[in-house]
Write a protein that binds this ligand. Structure first.
Ligand code: FPP
Length: 245
């Protein structure tokens, strides 16, 4: 059967956000709507991640940060947590070579301490394999929480004996998991929820927020395109006043 041709989505004349961050929400509800187990929603969510990575490459987004698993998500039923870990491990085993060939450079945001050593190994190997790629930086926030990240940074700053007089916003940023990367321009949350949920709370201080009604498995290339178009209709002021006309 012939492959379905993709609709042309032209972003000529639009500013493409350099860094897009996504709270991938709604896998469970997507599954429930179809009478399927939650794990089916997560599997579909993982498929969709491929679509969104492809779309980011196509549209020229340089950094994609995804909220894969928060420090709070450990509180979900054990069966669901195990199912999610299986999906993450499968993606690392089976998809990392393709992602690497596509020019994806994987970063991890969060804490790997205490995580299954085999899983830690997979993450470290994937990071090593993709470290020289530069088409798209993919930050995966796993065992991540914004407050924990800030506390972690503060502890390291104290350990390093940084003097309060030398502590600037830039120096502080260099202690976060996103060190060296520009802040997100656009933060998308799918499934109609309007919460930040402890995601990039320092880095997204001036990001534009875009709530999308679609559940994550349905948030495809066209939805990302719409989010970028909407981003272009925002006036980013960074606390300043608009230019006088
Ligand atoms: C939200 O749906 C999704 C998650 C908890 C994260 C898991 C994400 C995936 C499996 C997508 C693929 C990611 C990777 C890294 C392969 P939810 O369970 O909170 O949905 P609900 O709010 O409808 O219950």
């Amino acid at each position: 059967m012939a492959a379905r041709s993709q609709q042309t989505l032209d972003l000529t004349g639009y500013v493409v956000p350099t860094h897009v961050a996504i709270i991938m929400d709604g896998n469970g509800r997507w599954a429930r709507q179809r009478g399927l187990p939650r794990q089916a929603g997560h599997r579909q969510g993982a498929e969709n991640l491929r679509r969104i990575i492809n779309a980011c490459v196509e549209f020229g987004v340089k950094i994609l940060t995804i909220y894969a698993f928060s420090t709070e998500n450990w509180g979900r039923p054990e069966k669901e947590v195990r199912g999610l870990m299986r999906i993450f491990a499968r993606v690392l085993d089976q998809e990392i070579n393709d992602l690497s060939a596509q020019g994806v450079c994987l970063h991890h945001l969060g804490d790997l301490t205490g995580i299954d050593p085999k899983f830690q190994d997979k993450v470290r190997r994937a990071i090593e394999l993709t470290k020289d790629n530069n088409t798209l930086i993919l930050n995966v926030a796993f065992n991540y929480g914004g407050r924990a990240e800030i506390l972690h940074a503060i502890k390291q700053i104290l350990d390093d004996g940084v003097s309060p007089d030398d502590l600037t916003e830039d120096l502080f940023s260099s202690y976060l998991f996103t060190a060296g990367l520009p802040d997100p321009d656009l933060v998308i949350r799918t499934s109609g929820e309007l919460r930040i949920s402890n995601f990039l709370i320092w880095q997204a201080a001036y990001a534009e927020y875009y709530p999308a009604a679609a559940f994550w498995p349905d948030f495809g290339r066209e939805e990302l395109y719409k989010a970028i178009v909407a981003y272009n209709q925002r006036e980013r002021r960074f606390g300043l006043v608009p230019e006088e006309t």
